[in-house]
Design a protein around this ligand. Structure first.
Ligand code: ADP
Ligand code: MG
Length: 296
């Protein structure tokens, strides 16, 4: 009967580490034809690390830059923030949290450090502050882009004082998961990220994902889901961040990383993946199909 089949499906999912929040979600999965993956923390491990630091100002060395960066990132849940505070701790650096701390969506962090306004974030932070960059800076970023690293800029008192290259490796099971989904009935697989288009395209090509949307703000991730739905697609969106929450709510099925995902994302989703196991998505599709078949 229907309730039994659904309970079996939900129960079986839970055993397999796929927490399905209810019968409608379980049924909705069986109709999915399009999957949108977030990048950072979803297709990548979220175990980001600083792999290079660019010293560009005579007053700022590695230690002082790490200290400033940690002051700004100390309150953030972002993977980049974790990478920075971890590195600072490891190098024996202590820091005080910035005051007047503010997260600027899609850009980074703003705060007051030693009486001066400071920022850390992607290139948009420079645009936000109307700052120009010279060729040395651009070349450095291009070089890091080519290596698939995310570039972070640090600004203190209206001066660009340093850059960091962040590496965030692709999840081990990501390639196999995407291949499996394609070999099943999901032909349309896309990536939607707040990171820049160079890093996004590099990661996407390694994962054999053709459709990539980059430099997105949360409402733009939402708009992509809406647009696909408006042409009749049934969309499953999977993500981990606060910036994914609106899109997860809108998607026919929202899936959150249950272990390292932010609470906001987990609440917005219909499904939480325990231990962040994206390789369980094909399994969820199978389970849902079986349940729906049983009901009919
Ligand atoms: P995704 O959409 O792939 O999960 P995010 O939206 O989490 O990526 O991040 C997008 C970009 O925004 C990051 O690559 C980084 O450049 C910038 N960013 C976001 N939060 C922070 C932060 N706390 N510190 C520095 N940069 C940040
Ligand atoms: Mg993310």
């Amino acid at each position: 009967s229907t309730p039994t089949a659904v309970m079996t499906g939900v129960g079986r999912g839970a055993q397999l580490g796929v927490l399905i929040k209810g019968a409608p979600a379980l049924e909705a999965i069986s109709k999915i034809d399009t999957i949108i993956f977030d990048k950072t923390g979803t297709l990548t491990s979220g175990k980001a690390e600083i792999v290079d630091i660019g010293l560009i100002h005579p007053d700022w060395d590695r230690q002082s830059l790490l200290k400033l960066a940690a002051s700004l990132e100390g309150l953030s849940e972002h993977h980049i923030a974790k990478a920075i505070t971890r590195a600072a701790t490891k190098e024996g650096i202590s820091w005080e949290l910035a005051s007047e701390w503010k997260s600027i969506v899609g850009i980074g962090i703003e705060g007051m450090v030693n009486g001066n306004k400071a920022y850390i974030g992607n290139k948009s932070v420079l645009k936000y502050l109307n700052m120009e960059v010279n060729d040395v800076i651009s070349n450095k970023q291009n070089h890091w882009n080519d290596q698939g690293h995310t570039t972070i800029f640090i600004v203190y008192n209206q001066t660009l004082v340093g850059m960091m290259a962040i590496d965030d490796p692709i999840r081990q099971k990501a390639i196999a998961t995407i291949r499996e989904l394609k070999s099943k009935r999901i032909k349309d697989i896309r990536m939607a990220t707040g990171d820049n288009e160079y890093v996004a395209k590099r990661i996407a090509s390694e994962l054999e994902i053709d459709h990539v949307y980059a430099s997105l703000l949360p409402h733009e991730k939402l708009d992509i889901v809406k647009e696909l739905q408006s042409v009749g697609k049934k969309v499953l969106m999977i993500g981990d961040g606060i910036n994914d929450a609106p899109a997860l709510m809108q998607a026919d099925v929202g899936v959150a990383m249950g272990k390292t995902g932010t609470d906001v994302a987990i609440e917005a989703a219909d499904i939480a993946l325990l231990s962040d196991a994206i390789e369980k998505i094909p399994l969820a599709l199978q389970l849902s199909k079986r349940t729906v078949t049983t009901i009919k």
